[in-house]
Design a binder for this molecule. Structure first.
Ligand SMILES: [Zn+2]
Length: 66
């Protein structure tokens, strides 16, 4: 059983890269039992989707900041 700290770290990493099957399983098993990590995962996915949707609509000139 992984700790909540491990799980939140894995969820954060999963936003940036593909996790291994073992890592995704560890998250899945943990969030079934832990509402705090489940909420963290939901929020992370919501924020990521919102952020991606936002950057897609930005004008190109804002991509590079001086
Ligand atoms: Zn937890």
């Amino acid at each position: 059983m992984r700790s909540c700290r491990d799980i939140t770290a894995l969820v954060s990493q999963g936003m940036d890269k593909q996790l291994s099957l073992g890592e995704r399983l560890a998250i899945g098993v943990h969030v079934m039992m832990c509402s705090r990590c489940r909420n963290f995962q939901n929020q992370s996915q919501f924020i990521r989707k919102a952020a991606l949707g936002y950057t897609e609509h930005l004008p190109k000139r804002l991509d590079k900041k001086a």
